[in-house]
Write a protein that binds this ligand. Structure first.
Ligand code: APR
Ligand code: PHB
Length: 397
């Protein structure tokens, strides 16, 4: 058996694991990341693209913001298209100057991978059968297989940054965890295309035929989504069918402006709300998608991962520098306060903007009226805006 030793063992080289690894490395705390897939596979996944100010600041703090700061698009607002009506949510004006950054998760991951490679810190890709052990003891460790050999990685702490299907959460005895979950009866069919965006801001469209979202990755690459039934097959959606359906759900001026083109990627993602409590077990901490999932409507998934990373990093920093081990117990409760607020906002945006087939006529009108109330009231628009730009991170005192 090969043996290794580090301070913080990180499972998963997605954005959570890589960002935590970078912050810890910069602070002189040793990490080893153990990832099941190849780097190419990790980069092949197309995910979110809206970064809150808090995440932007954290990437800057980690020293990986150079390309984001030149290539990312700063957005001071977004559009809500409600039937024929278009409402501008002026994030900048409603939140005293806050904005979001349009920069794809794939690019964030690429920048973090490059920074880690440069730092010389170790990432073990294609590690199979990763298992955490001794989380309740003072000497936790991971075992895994790589290149036909069994490895053991001893550490002080384990960060479970291994996503929704990862091993970290599944290694915690089920009777110590409480699971909160809602599965929605629809998914999002998304396409990526090299076409100019239909609008210079993101457009969230509520329509009787179903929700649609016009997002972008740059001024020449678009990411568009359609609400589809949960059992829809991607093979049934030709590019032409997608563009026709998208046009039918947008206000006329936008439909007239829409430039279509061949898709580079097309896939369907289910929508789910999920939280596990607590987000820790002994010396193992769950970070990001390993602990919670939000439906993508509020653009919160990646941003919540970043706030967990910030919380764990700041706690570990105080533990290693000042011996503040009592802070470790607080990780879960600090994270969960912010997680639940983002869960609420993501659920609310999803409920307001999608068509729910089972809804009776009364519920339908109430939901239309609720959204109209919010957008017609300055207080309502402020509520939407302050959640969309991201609620503050809690300080670790
Ligand atoms: N062993 C090792 N690595 C694993 C294992 C395992 N058993 N299971 C999963 N992984 C790896 C995955 O291959 C993936 O690279 O963990 C990584 C988890 O990455 P993500 O799923 O991207 O999760 P996270 O880093 O928390 O990112 C937050 O925000 O926008 C959302 O869902 C979106 O991925 C995004 C997330
Ligand atoms: C995306 O660009 O992929 C995206 C943007 C905003 C969302 C969800 C997804 O709310």
């Amino acid at each position: 058996m090969k043996t290794l030793k580090t301070q913080v063992a990180i499972i998963g080289a997605g954005p959570s694991g890589l960002l935590l690894g970078q912050l810890l490395h910069n602070a002189g705390i040793a990490t080893v990341i153990v990832e099941r897939q190849t780097p190419e596979y990790v980069l092949g996944r197309i995910r979110a693209g809206v970064l809150e100010q808090g995440m932007v600041d954290l990437l800057r703090q980690a020293g990986v913001s150079q390309r984001m700061d030149t290539e990312g698009l700063v957005h001071g607002g977004f559009q809500l298209a409600l039937g024929g009506r278009q409402v501008h949510i002026d994030l900048h004006a409603l939140t005293e100057g806050k904005t979001v950054m349009i920069y794809g998760q794939t690019e964030v991951t690429r920048d973090l991978m490059a920074a880690r490679e440069l730092s010389g810190a170790s990432t073990l890709y294609e590690a199979s059968n990763v298992v955490p052990h001794g989380m309740k003891s003072a000497e936790p460790f991971l075992t895994f297989e790589k290149d036909g050999e069994t490895w053991r990685l001893d550490c002080d702490y384990i960060a479970g940054c291994d996503g929704f299907h990862g091993v970290a959460r599944q290694s915690i005895p089920a009777d110590t965890l409480k699971v909160f979950e809602r599965v929605y009866p629809f998914g999002w069919l998304g396409i990526l295309a090299d076409t100019p965006p239909v609008h210079d801001e993101l457009v969230y469209a509520r329509h009787a035929r179903g929700f649609a979202l016009c997002s972008m990755r740059s001024t020449t690459r678009t990411r568009y989504y359609l609400q589809v039934p949960a059992d829809e097959k991607v093979e049934d959606w030709s590019d032409q069918r997608f563009w026709d359906e998208l046009k039918s759900r947008l206000p006329q001026v936008l439909a007239d402006n829409l430039v279509s083109g061949p898709s580079i990627e097309k896939s369907i993602a289910p929508l789910r709300s999920f939280v596990v409590e607590p987000m820790q077990y002994g010396r193992m901490f769950l970070v990001g998608d390993a602990a919670h999932i939000v439906p993508p409507t509020g653009a919160k998934g990646l941003n919540l991962a970043a706030s967990d990373v910030s919380t764990l990093f700041n706690i570990l920093l105080k533990v290693y520098r000042d011996g503040r081990t009592e802070l470790l117990e607080k990780y879960s409760e600090i994270c969960l306060r912010r997680v639940w607020k983002a869960e609420r906002f993501s659920w609310w945006m999803t409920s307001m903007l999608h068509t729910f087939e089972g809804n009776d006529a009364f519920s339908q009108r109430i939901s239309e009226s609720e959204l109209e109330y919010f957008v017609d009231s300055e207080a309502g628009r402020k509520t939407i805006a302050e959640n969309y730009v991201g609620l503050p991170y809690e300080a670790i005192e």
